[in-house]
Design a protein around this ligand. Structure first.
Ligand code: RIB
Ligand code: CA
Length: 334
């Protein structure tokens, strides 16, 4: 029986790979996608999600969600601080390349999101669900944080929450934080403490289970739309990693969000999953940090935190999904 899943995305290159994987896996029934800002404003992440579903030829409903954090950006200093962050520019053939382009390289769509906001959808759907649902939030946790704040009882119908976010020894947004958690630490802390089974897929794991240029070749040999599209997105990510964030394996990229979906398909893809107390730093230096209680006399364990992943198994899972695609869509390469 496939597992019912809701993905919460800020689509985004790695979100797009995760969506293809979830749509195509026989082990997953994707009941909806919620969208959130993060990699791009929510208008773009919603449009990207809709055009990808259109390209894949599936009719999964999309619920548009938050365009900013619950509370964090009420303070002007943060907006200015983030606007002033130094980002390395990456140029390829005279053009600037981004980790996440504003529009996915596929045909535009006239599909629209549902009327109900994402946070309300969580409450409505989970309160009426007749079987448990797995949630995979792979952007800032604002939608789910809001839903849990107003309806904490929805955890009764949550199988598990698989979060792409955080980092113990590896960070990317600040010296102490990962982007998804940095964007909305209060929402992340609400989810961390909600009482459902929470699995964290942090940078420690996603930087181990990487995709290489050779893996992209393997995707392209499959030849379906999903395989070519995901190869293109992974190649862009590899280029960006090479320029500004090189990983241990040369010419490779973390495709964070897709590893979460792979875990739902086959949990053994995460190879060092530890039961720990996780909490999120909420102010000053350390804001947005996922703090793991390493002490023997730890605070109550509230989550599972992954430290490693099997990159070969990950690539096999992706290939199995891409082979199933029957879409006739095309990648519009620049
Ligand atoms: O830090 C990695 C995460 O930030 C991924 O979910 C990526 O899509 C971005 O949102
Ligand atoms: Ca994401």
């Amino acid at each position: 029986m496939p597992r019912k899943v809701i993905l919460d995305v800020d689509t985004g290159s790695d979100d797009a790979v995760a969506l293809c994987e979830a749509v195509l896996s026989p082990d997953i029934e994707l009941v909806a996608a919620c969208t959130v800002w993060g990699n791009q404003p929510v208008e773009n992440t919603t449009d990207n999600t809709l055009r990808l579903f259109d390209a894949l030829g599936v009719d999964v409903p999309v619920y548009k969600g938050a365009n900013t954090a619950m509370t964090k950006y009420l303070c002007h200093d943060y907006v200015e601080f983030n606007a002033n962050k130094i980002r390395p520019k990456a140029m390829k053939d005279g053009k600037e390349v981004h980790m996440h382009s504003a529009h996915l390289p596929i045909a535009p769509t006239d599909r629209k999101p549902e009327d109900m906001p994402a946070a309300c959808f969580y409450v409505d759907y989970l309160r009426h669900a007749t079987e448990k649902v797995t949630l995979i939030p792979v952007g800032p946790l604002t939608n789910l944080g809001l839903a849990l704040r107003i309806a904490p009882d929805i955890i009764e119908n949550i199988e598990e929450i698989v979060i792409m976010g955080g980092g113990s020894k590896v960070t990317n947004a600040d010296p102490w934080s990962e982007a998804n958690i940095m964007h909305d630490p209060e929402a992340a802390q609400i989810v961390a403490e909600c009482g459902a089974r929470v699995v964290w897929v942090p940078l420690d794991a996603t930087h181990k289970a990487v995709i290489t240029l050779d893996d992209c070749k393997r995707f392209r040999e499959i030849g379906t739309f999903a395989a070519n599209f995901c190869a293109y997105e992974c190649e862009q990510r590899i280029f960006m990693h090479d320029v500004g964030q090189p990983l241990d394996i040369p010419h490779s990229a973390a495709v964070h969000d897709a590893l979460c979906v792979a875990y739902v398909i086959d949990p053994t893809v995460l190879t060092d999953l530890r039961h720990v107390h996780v909490e999120v730093g909420l102010s000053g230096y350390g804001e947005g940090q996922t703090i793991i209680d390493q002490r023997a006399y730890t605070r109550p364990k509230n989550g599972w935190f992954a430290y490693d992943g099997d990159r070969f198994k990950f690539v096999d899972i992706l290939c199995d999904c891409f082979k199933r695609d029957k879409s006739t869509a095309k990648v519009i390469e620049e």
